[in-house]
Design a protein around this ligand. Structure first.
Ligand code: ZN
Ligand code: ZN
Length: 163
């Protein structure tokens, strides 16, 4: 998402962009379209970009291994200042705006934050019953005749390998 800033007047401006994830070079697990929005607040000394996004991801459940779609959303703020900024500032998404800057490209920032929005743990639903450790049956859809015992989450990665 590129925003032309050199001719932007002071004040609030809103930008929105919808792209197909493929067209936008966002790799798996993202699918469909990504909606990006930026509220831009420009003043003499700085430009503040308040950004938000919405994108679908196709994730694989850690318990039952089924694929499911989850909507991911997020927000972040990027600031460009006329003043010189430190390395520490850049870590906090504060950058220097050079006098010759025409565009500010937020694409990489969107990529970074979209990736951060991916969950640490993938569950198709909070109460997913997972797979039977003995026969591998998906217990969300079927019951099996194995002796039922609660699976210790520690073994879940092994069950995955088994499958
Ligand atoms: Zn599941
Ligand atoms: Zn079973």
């Amino acid at each position: 998402m590129k925003i032309k800033v050199n001719s932007l007047s002071n004040g609030i401006h809103n930008f929105a962009l919808r792209k197909n994830v493929g067209e936008y070079d966002l790799e798996e697990p993202f699918v469909g379209e990504i909606d990006m929005a930026a509220r831009v607040d420009k003043s003499n000394g700085q430009i503040i970009f308040d950004c938000s996004f919405e994108v679908m991801a196709r994730l694989q459940c850690d318990r039952c291994l089924e694929y499911y779609d989850e909507k991911l959303t997020g927000e972040f703020r990027i600031i460009y200042m006329r003043d010189e900024v430190s390395e520490e500032d850049e870590k906090n998404d504060i950058y220097q705006l050079m006098p010759e800057t025409v565009y500010v490209d937020l694409t990489k920032d969107f990529f970074d934050y979209v990736k951060l929005a991916l969950p640490m743990k993938n569950l198709c639903s909070e109460d997913c019953k997972g797979l039977c450790p003995s026969c591998g049956a998906n217990l969300n859809y079927e019951t099996c005749s194995c002796e039922t015992e609660v699976v210790n989450p520690v073994w879940e990665p092994l069950l995955k390998l088994k499958k």
